[in-house]
Ligand binder design. Sequence first.
Ligand SMILES: *[C@@H]1O[C@H](CO)[C@@H](O)[C@H](O)[C@H]1NC(C)=O
Ligand SMILES: *[C@@H]1O[C@H](CO)[C@@H](O)[C@H](O)[C@H]1NC(C)=O
Ligand SMILES: *[C@@H]1O[C@H](CO)[C@@H](O)[C@H](O)[C@H]1NC(C)=O
Ligand SMILES: *[C@@H]1O[C@H](CO)[C@@H](O)[C@H](O)[C@H]1NC(C)=O
Ligand SMILES: *[C@@H]1O[C@H](CO)[C@@H](O)[C@H](O)[C@H]1NC(C)=O
Ligand SMILES: *[C@@H]1O[C@H](CO)[C@@H](O)[C@H](O)[C@H]1NC(C)=O
Length: 451
Amino acid sequence: MSSQRYFPFLSFLLVLVLICVSWYPCTSHESGLCRPYSQYMKTIKDFMFQDSYVFADLALIATKTFDVDSYGAKGDGKKDDTKAFKKAWKAACSSTTEAVFSVAKNKKYLVTPIKFKGPCKSSLTMEVSGTILASKQESKYKKDERHWLRVDHVDNLMIRGGGVIDGNGDFWWSNSCKVNKTLPCKDAPTALTLYKCKTLMVNDLTIQNAQQIHISFDNCENVRASNLQVTAPGDSPNTDGIHITHTKNITISNSVIGTGDDCISIVSESKNVQATGITCGPGHGISIGSLGSKNSEAHVSNVIVDGAQLTGTTNGVRIKTWQGGSGNASLITFRNIKMKDVSNPIIIDQNYCDQAKSCKEQDSAVEIKNVTYQNITGTSMDKDAVTFDCSKNHPCQGVVLREINLTRKDGGDTMAVCNNVKLTYVGKVYPRCPKDTTIQKQQAIGAYSYR
Ligand SMILES: *[C@@H]1O[C@H](CO)[C@@H](O)[C@H](O)[C@H]1NC(C)=O
Ligand SMILES: *[C@@H]1O[C@H](CO)[C@@H](O)[C@H](O)[C@H]1NC(C)=O
Ligand SMILES: *[C@@H]1O[C@H](CO)[C@@H](O)[C@H](O)[C@H]1NC(C)=O
Ligand SMILES: *[C@@H]1O[C@H](CO)[C@@H](O)[C@H](O)[C@H]1NC(C)=O
Ligand SMILES: *[C@@H]1O[C@H](CO)[C@@H](O)[C@H](O)[C@H]1NC(C)=O
Ligand SMILES: *[C@@H]1O[C@H](CO)[C@@H](O)[C@H](O)[C@H]1NC(C)=O
């Protein structure tokens, strides 16, 4: 008799037993099985944020997989697979048991813009093991020119799988006004947008050649992103790596980013942002801002960049604000950062102006307060390794330079340019501001400076 015939029955029995066992009132809470089923379904958050991986294994048993191939996707890189993706998503999102939306390995799926819309009925994993490639069919982007793949209002989501999300951006780049000055400036899509997602984990993915921004966390809460590879040519226009906007409680770790714009950009209404283990370059560095464009109000606070290696970038760690804005950027720490051949390794630019027309002088500014730079070393491409170009009316306050050593790539001296900044030195700091340039007498807590 074939044992295969018993398999479905046996697995049904196993699931039944597991469910019963997990309902069983426990005396010991050490085992993962000792939690009521309903609670276990809710523990995705605990699992994600406290690394109790027991639940991950348990979850697999009750999981249902929705493979785009079973919904008609070809994955040959030629046929438009958008419909299959949409169908598979709809099914996965309405699944009452934990669902896996799956994109198979070693295949290439061509898709036009897709909105992966929530809320979904249960927690969900997007397992991207193959390649998702953006279609270049321009007409399909007419309805929403700003997004290619957009995940919208999905909570308890995990995106992972070791696959590739490829924006196929060269067409968009050549149509950028920054590349071809005769063309009008217009937006291009962000490759992957996570919009209003709570409790989100993005892990082990490559995102490359985005039309514009690679991955944007927009209005999200409680995010962990790790082991991401984000790449585009150094001359591709506006291709920010990881963009964080209106997002609270986000950690980005162990990621390698090299693009044509900021490796990481953190903008308005973002709070509690942590980036660790970041490798950046080529690109424009790690930025807070730009903030306050078109007289807008912006608030960014509690940002820490701890542990980064920047190579050949046009800026290192930067805060940039437009004249005429309001609000503030505060409690920002950049520490344990190594620079190699970086232009403007440390820079605050309150006169940022990224437009063809020059920006007119304005009185108001996004205020910059409590910014600490600690243990930042390496080489600068320019003589000005440190630049604080702060607003006359709203000087930068509470800026601390601590254990800084930035030398010139060719061995020459470096300098600090300091306008309207209230500054404190701690420990050895090189370079330092010329004595008369900051608006306040510098407190030298450290005994001596380099050189
Ligand atoms: C720039 O765009 C114009 C208008 O579309 C086009 O005629 C021209 O060939 C483009 N230039 C380059 C260098 O691609
Ligand atoms: C962010 O994390 C803090 C501390 O862990 C928590 O108190 C707060 O509620 C979280 N905020 C959001 C918006 O989830
Ligand atoms: C931030 O800016 C706003 C408006 O400019 C101001 O009212 C508020 O007090 C500031 N908050 C902090 C914490 O400095
Ligand atoms: C300074 O930062 C580097 C990384 O750039 C790190 O390896 C080193 O341990 C840090 N030093 C201290 C004293 O924390
Ligand atoms: C912010 O900086 C000011 C100096 O401008 C300092 O007095 C204050 O203690 C700092 N606050 C924090 C929370 O570091
Ligand atoms: C600062 O860096 C330069 C270049 O790496 C090095 O020669 C010098 O010893 C460093 N200074 C200190 C005090 O570590």
